[in-house]
Design a binder for this molecule. Structure first.
Ligand SMILES: Cc1cc2nc3c(=O)[nH]c(=O)nc-3n(C[C@H](O)[C@H](O)[C@H](O)COP(=O)(O)OP(=O)(O)OC[C@H]3O[C@@H](n4cnc5c(N)ncnc54)[C@H](O)[C@@H]3O)c2cc1C
Length: 466
């Protein structure tokens, strides 16, 4: 029995907490080694996976086509079991201190606020019981800084994966580099964290199925002076056409300039005429059109003094791959599943994929590569994470979105089951509503290992027979 990665890391000197003090330990990577894990994409999911594996002394090479981290306005809210995961990897304090705490959300036009929780006597929220509001680009930076410190992660910028092949022992990727050359990099396993347009998914021939929403979503970062900052400053606007989400991106005070994120629905048709032609992306991004949407949302005196510092336009989808595992390759994050951003479930789910995949690879590296049950474990990673998307994330995120525009605001407030539950304000009832999300979102892969075998039948330890 050969533990098939330990030889790669045996020369490292771990400290007692599993990290490596020698940050140069991996600086000798010359591109000809077979690395334990190739990660495609230095987005937050890829970097967190690299960090999580590094903390278990598993080396990775991260291939990123861009020259630096993306600064696009995207995710901002992280909650539920993601906080437990941040605690386990020792980053909770940093992320929660840099981020802003939101004890819940408000829906404008509603008679009540949905306070998920209040801070304790020390002024702090209980992990998992609130949302950390922090820009995705900063979160990715924190993962990168900490991953680099371990000495187990090498990030190769301007390395775009263009080709892939695999056999039963290894994966080879062809990479186009900045200088116009090509390289081949080999690994024992590969994790595709290359986002919604994943090239790895396409090269593996894995299908992505689901549907796209008719509206587009415009994310803007806006400097503005808010006349009032309510306790629940993260709020959704309910409207049949001009729905949206607003959240401060930093600690803001009433009457002082602060940075806010306004994410706005761009109606499928520019006016009520069903034959009208949708605006092009360029037309939507024109400053006048952006302002026309923003001014519906921003409160305060007119003319407004707000300044748009960043903007980006997105299509919205509900899409899931047919598998997150093929051979020695795995998919995680947006490369595997995409949901509309209302309710902040996309990246959180990707971060929990990274957690499950790191556990899976950790088990793989601690057992014999010829163990016939490993393949079953790999399928488990895929089936469990797809189950979470199909049964939890897809329905929750779809309901979050349609609730914002399904009917006139006063009708929704009166008729929607969730808003009625919020109005009743029974903590037990609300806990029951949120329980599936919190209880089923994260996957404990250790539960499926070792696999119990009876003859040819494979029995997983949770009692189900596959
Ligand atoms: C407006 C908006 C708001 C959102 N808000 C939230 C929120 O509040 N909470 C939440 O949980 N989620 C939210 N999301 C979703 C979240 O942004 C995504 O789920 C997240 O970006 C996925 O991260 P990722 O690492 O999987 O992919 P990405 O962030 O897309 O990273 C993929 C990386 O792979 C690289 N790459 C691609 N192709 C290649 C290649 N061939 N070779 C090498 N590198 C490659 C890319 O350059 C990129 O760096 C939001 C999304 C949007 C659009």
């Amino acid at each position: 029995m050969t533990p098939h990665a330990s030889s790669d890391v045996s020369h490292e000197t771990p400290t007692t907490n599993g990290t490596n003090t020698d940050a140069s330990a991996y600086s000798d990577f010359n591109g000809t080694d077979v690395v334990p894990v190739i990660i495609v994409g230095a987005g937050p999911v890829g970097l967190l996976l690299a960090l999580r594996l590094a903390l278990n002394q598993i080396r990775t090479v991260v291939l990123e086509k861009e020259s630096s981290l993306s600064q696009l306005p995207r995710a901002i809210g992280y909650y539920g079991p993601v906080h437990d995961f941040f605690q386990e990897i020792g980053l909770y304090d940093q992320i929660s201190t840099e981020g802003m705490a939101s004890g819940g959300y408000a829906w404008r036009k509603l008679p009540t606020d949905n306070a998920m929780s209040k801070p304790g006597p020390d002024g702090k929220f209980k992990p998992g019981h609130y949302s950390i509001q922090l820009a995705q680009c900063r979160l990715a930076e924190i993962f990168l800084e900490n991953a680099k410190k371990t000495g187990f992660v090498k990030v190769l910028w301007e390395h775009e994966v263009t080709g892939l092949s695999q056999d039963e022992n290894q994966v080879s990727v062809t990479v186009a580099t900045a200088g116009g050359g090509n390289k081949v990099i080999k690994g024992q396993y590969l994790a595709a964290c290359d986002g919604g347009r994943s090239i790895v998914r396409k090269l593996l021939g894995i299908r992505l199925s689901g549907h796209s929403w008719p509206e587009r979503f415009l994310a803007t970062d806006v400097l503005r002076v808010a006349p009032v900052v309510p306790e629940l400053s993260v709020h959704f606007t309910v409207d049949e056409t001009f729905w949206g989400v607003a959240t401060p991106l930093e600690h803001v005070e009433a009457g002082k300039e602060g940075l806010w994120r306004y994410s706005l629905a761009v109606p499928a048709k520019p006016n009520d005429d069903p034959n009208s032609t949708p605006l092009t992306d360029e037309q939507v991004l024109e400053p006048e059109y952006v302002d026309s949407l923003l001014l519906r949302q921003i409160d305060g005196p007119r003319p407004s003094t707000h300044v748009v510092v960043r903007k980006s336009l997105y299509k919205m989808h509900q899409l899931l791959v047919s598998t997150m595992h093929r051979g020695r390759c795995f998919l995680a994050g947006d490369s595997a599943h995409i949901n509309n951003p209302i309710g902040g479930l996309g990246l959180c789910t990707g971060l929990l994929d990274a957690d499950a995949l790191a556990q899976t690879l950790q088990i793989a590296f601690s057992t014999s590569s010829s163990d016939p049950n490993l393949d079953d474990l790999f399928y488990r990673y895929s089936t469990e994470r797809r189950w979470v998307f199909q049964n939890v994330i897809h329905p929750f995120s779809s309901a979050n979105k349609t609730r914002l525009h399904g009917a006139k605001p006063d009708d929704v407030a009166r008729e929607d089951w969730y808003f009625r539950a919020l109005a009743r304000g029974d903590p037990k009832e609300l806990e029951n509503i949120h329980r599936p999300l919190y209880a089923q979102w994260r996957t404990d892969m250790k539960k499926f290992w070792p696999v119990e075998t009876t003859g040819k039948e494979v029995k997983a330890t949770n009692g189900f027979t596959t």
